[in-house]
Design a protein around this ligand. Structure first.
Ligand code: F6R
Length: 251
């Protein structure tokens, strides 16, 4: 295993999420105390749910305010409006934003309804907004069974930026139950690129369960390759994997 990429294996996802939530809360407070807003890159999917539950708990206990937090989500399904329950905008409202004190104008999620003509300008504006915010202080990631981070499927270049991507058949299959059938799952998304993600100053990748064990091992111990975009994290100065025992079982 590479010793440049720290791995922390916890008894279960609750303990892992609680630990990371305390660390992120401390980071936000430290950055706010230094006189600026904290910039968080956020993920959707099943994996971050217990982490967001912990952030909400810390907020309710008065230990974490989002008043000076700016967020950028990794991705959004192309073709879905924010009102669609499976859109990542709806997900983020439901699972985090509706429960904390984040100003609406501080929330950034790619617009899944952008027209084909406006798409590249929209992606460039997303990149510019990240830069104007001062870059991402902390990026949260899950990992797909294809090894994707964001929706950077196999073949996504190391220096890719926010753009339209085609979802891998495995990724669409994994999303099918939530959409009520494969034919309902969008074929494309807008995703931050590998290059965008790798510029975050601090990164945590979370993975739970047996189904992630093989791809976690490949990402951590396999070659750095665009066939497993999470393997690029091996070259990041401050990226850590937070695993439960099952996701870490092949290490
Ligand atoms: C979500 C995202 C994806 C997911 C990955 C894992 O914003 O960018 O990379 O993190 O597909 O999904 P779950 O957590 O549902 O297994």
């Amino acid at each position: 295993m590479t010793d440049s990429l720290p791995v922390r294996v916890f008894a279960d996802r609750t303990e892992a999420s609680r630990t990371l939530a305390l660390e992120v809360a401390a980071l936000v407070r430290a950055i706010n105390d230094s006189g600026r807003s904290a910039v968080l890159g956020l993920a959707t999917g099943r994996t971050p749910l217990p982490f967001y539950a912990e952030l909400i708990r810390l907020h309710e206990q008065g230990e974490l305010s989002f008043a000076q937090v700016i967020t950028f989500n990794l991705d959004e399904y192309l073709g879905l409006a924010g009102e669609h329950p499976e859109s990542y905008r709806a997900f983020m409202s439901r699972e985090l934003f509706d429960h904390v004190d984040i100003p609406a104008e501080n929330i950034h999620i790619p617009d899944g309804t952008v027209s084909p003509e406006d798409l590249s300008a929209h992606c460039a504006a997303y990149e510019a907004a990240i830069r104007n915010a001062g870059g991402i202080d902390f990026q949260l990631l899950g990992i797909g069974r294809t090894g994707h981070i964001g929706f950077n499927e196999p073949g996504s270049p190391r220096d890719s930026r926010t753009r339209k991507v085609e979802l891998d058949p495995i990724t669409r299959q994994d999303a099918a139950p939530a959409f009520g059938g494969l034919d309902q799952v969008p074929e494309h998304a807008i995703s931050m690129g590998c290059g965008t993600i790798l510029e975050a100053r601090k990164i945590a990748l979370l993975a739970w369960g047996k189904a992630k064990a093989t791809i976690v091992r490949e990402a951590l111990t396999g070659p750095v390759t665009d066939q497993v975009s999470a393997s690029f994290l091996q070259e990041h100065a401050d990226a850590t994997f937070y695993l439960d025992a099952e996701a870490g079982s092949e290490l």
